[in-house]
Unconditional design. Structure first.
Length: 254
């Protein structure tokens, strides 16, 4: 993926990693469209960052994705990058089904069905572009489990394998599949995470991501240094140690 000269749509970017990445990509010479559910946040982004376009989208709703895709493509027919950023994380106790089932279903709908529907809404358009990219967002927890977030871990493992698979299928097209694999980052993904000393500062994470995109335009996976402990535990042969350290590192195991 080239670091500039793109038209980029990032649904799920009204806060956290998505918004920080949107701002940085716009500053790097890209046209950026941010998507989100909450109109108030979209209006705030438009006021604070007038160069960034906004569109309302709920990635848990297939009809909303279809409608938003039509709006984005009507306004930005040169769209060539889609970043499937929207995601949620929930703490679950699997001893009691009543306490986790609804949460687990919500996580899978948002984190797995959302990206699948999103890619489906844009993939024909992207294949018609001379150079296009789909950025999926998995996690270090796709490769080592945090015990308190089973459905989140599973959803991100699914995104990793989805990315691997569709990259193979789309190898005969102009569409590249790039998988972003964050570690814990100081955002509000879980309560208290934005202040966690175990999580990577947001500005440092985004700066490293952008530097990697710039220096490795052909990369299939974007991995900041902090995530490699989780990503390669099995390959190094110290997977059990990684899982032990991960789940003992702070109250949430991050």
């Amino acid at each position: 993926m080239n670091i500039s000269g793109n038209t980029v749509f990032i649904p799920g970017a009204t806060s956290g990693i998505g918004l920080a990445l949107a701002v940085e990509l716009q500053a790097r010479g890209n046209t950026v469209i941010v998507g989100g559910r909450r109109v108030g946040l979209l209006e705030q982004i438009a006021a604070e960052h007038p160069a960034i376009d906004t569109v309302q989208i709920d990635t848990t709703d297939g009809a909303s994705i279809t409608s938003a895709a039509k709006e984005v493509l009507a306004k930005h027919p040169d769209l060539n990058v889609v970043v499937a950023m929207a995601g949620i994380m929930r703490i679950e106790d699997w001893h009691r089904p009543a306490s986790f089932l609804a949460s687990a279903e919500e996580v899978i709908t948002t984190n797995v069905l959302g990206p699948i529907r999103l890619i489906a809404a844009f993939i024909e358009h992207l294949q018609a572009q001379p150079d296009a990219t789909v950025v999926t967002v998995s996690s270090g927890l796709a490769f080592a489990p945090l015990k308190v977030t089973p459905s989140y871990n599973a959803s991100k493992a699914a995104i990793h394998m989805l990315s691997e698979s569709i990259r193979l299928q789309l190898a005969d097209t102009t569409v590249k599949i790039v998988e972003l694999e964050p570690p814990a980052v100081r955002t509000s993904l879980l309560p208290g995470q934005e202040n966690s000393e175990f999580a990577m500062p947001l500005d440092e994470f985004v700066a490293e991501v952008v530097a990697l995109l710039e220096s490795q335009p052909a990369a299939k996976e974007i991995q900041v240094e902090r995530v490699k402990f989780l990503r390669y535990g099995e390959a190094r042969g110290d997977y059990d140690h990684v899982v032990e350290v991960l789940n003992a590192s702070d109250p949430h195991g991050r």
